[in-house]
Write a protein that binds this ligand. Structure first.
Ligand SMILES: Cc1cc2nc3c(=O)[nH]c(=O)nc-3n(C[C@H](O)[C@H](O)[C@H](O)COP(=O)(O)OP(=O)(O)OC[C@H]3O[C@@H](n4cnc5c(N)ncnc54)[C@H](O)[C@@H]3O)c2cc1C
Length: 385
């Protein structure tokens, strides 16, 4: 099926930009565990990270389907969109639930690249996947909220000017409903760091700029509250559907990169006087990954269309994430196998992309939790936790 002209054009433009950032660039960043600031700046200058920001605020006013194409193409080009994806997926929470004053204050500077909105503080060391058990408190004190607690895995916190933070404003036992009592804030990191917020980097399997954050009486203005106090969980669930669709698009891009890389190598590499791709033992895993990727791609398109129509397609967004993360991980494993020993050598980028692709069956939501969601909310099976 042919792609819409506008989306095909975006794809071509993203690919042209990504060509400026070849494997050597990513390998050097990976080796040093350095943030790819030049890449993020180039994406910003080209307007891609402002894709979802309405035109009246200086963005392109595009829909999630276009944002998904941008993220997919970054991954399919061999780059690492994890350095910049949060600005896309956090954006929907701000657009759907932020006040007119908040949008007017922040969106133009985010669109121009003056401010980076790249950090999303949800996960905590003790609550794990059970978001409703999070302990970080935000207590109202006059015109401020005072934040105390700890977050973990807050990626890009050191490279972001703004952070979307989820904190508890009503103690769990006092909340009217189980899902109430959490609130979202747009925290200005520039004034917070050193004034109650401490950030510590965590070194991980791949280059991901993730961190641990400690809040010790951090004061933030009450005007940073997004939407209504206590409704934050509902807001982030809606934002998380956008996040899942975009991450799924990235996984489809990764799968395409692995499939393309493996196919080309299988045609070129000769062993026993013939290309290894002549053996069905090499062909079939590539073909299977291709079919798996295409199925995931359809679900991503379906979920993005439902989101763009104004819905909150929880089931579709979760299924897109599940299918795409499994397709990309299967393709990563297949690619290493196709490359044999060379799959382990840095210079082919396969081992780097393999490490990067591993994340997405765990974060931002793990496979088990998606299966639980489908079992309970779609199939009507008893709640398991
Ligand atoms: C590199 C990296 C970057 C990240 N970036 C961010 C970020 O920017 N912001 C942020 O807020 N978070 C971030 N995360 C956190 C990520 O969202 C979580 O790691 C993920 O949601 C899983 O939670 P957990 O690690 O606490 O696992 P746990 O909740 O401890 O779960 C461990 C395992 O047990 C399984 N499990 C738990 N409960 C059940 C159950 N009831 N049934 C079946 N299986 C279950 C899980 O599926 C998982 O496999 C990041 C994580 C990583 C590793």
């Amino acid at each position: 099926m042919d792609e819409r002209d506008d989306l095909a054009e975006i794809r071509r433009a993203v690919r042209a930009l990504c060509e400026e950032f070849p494997g050597e660039y990513w390998r050097a960043k990976d080796r040093e565990r350095a943030y790819p600031g030049e890449f993020v700046d180039a994406l910003t200058r080209a307007g891609f990270l402002a894709a979802l920001i309405p035109e009246e605020f200086g963005g392109s006013g595009l829909k999630l389907d276009a944002a998904a194409v941008i993220m997919e193409e970054i991954q399919a080009s061999g780059c690492n969109g994890a350095s910049a994806h949060a600005q896309m997926y956090i954006m929907n929470t701000l657009l759907r639930y932020g006040s007119a004053a908040q949008k007017a204050e922040f969106l133009p500077s985010i669109a121009s690249g003056e401010l980076r909105l790249q950090a999303f503080g949800v996960s905590e060391p003790t609550s794990g996947t059970d978001t409703l058990s999070l302990k970080t408190r935000a207590v109202r004190d006059g015109k401020d909220y005072v934040i105390n607690g700890q977050k973990i895995w807050t990626s890009r916190a050191e490279h972001s000017d703004l952070m979307l933070l989820l904190a508890r404003t009503t103690p769990r036992e006092e909340a009217v409903k189980r899902t109430e009592g959490l609130s979202i804030f747009l925290v200005d990191m520039r004034s917070a760091v050193g004034n109650g917020l401490t950030i510590k980097p965590i070194r991980t399997l791949m280059n991901h700029s993730t961190t641990e954050m400690f809040f010790d009486d951090l004061r933030i203005p009450a005007s940073t509250l997004i939407g209504e106090e206590g409704q934050g969980f509902r807001y982030i669930l809606s934002g998380m559907n956008a996040e899942r669709i975009l991450i799924a698009a990235e996984c489809v891009g990764d799968a395409k990169w692995f499939i393309d890389k493996a196919t080309r190598y299988a045609k070129e590499r000769e062993v026993f006087n013939r290309p290894i791709g002549q053996n069905q033992g090499i062909q079939f895993p590539i073909a299977r990954c291709y079919a798996q990727m295409r199925a995931a791609e359809l679900m991503v398109h379906h979920a993005a269309a439902a989101y763009d129509a104004g819905g909150n397609p929880g089931a579709e967004a979760n299924m897109a994430k599940l299918l795409a993360s499994e397709a990309s991980w299967a393709a990563a494993d297949m690619c290493v196998q196709t490359f044999g020993g060379f799959g382990f050598a840095e210079e082919y980028d396969v081992e780097r992309k393999f490490r990067e692709a591993r994340l997405y069956t765990v974060a931002p939501i793990s496979t088990n939790l998606i299966l639980s969601y489908l079992a309970e909310h779609v199939l009507g099976l008893p709640r398991s936790y």
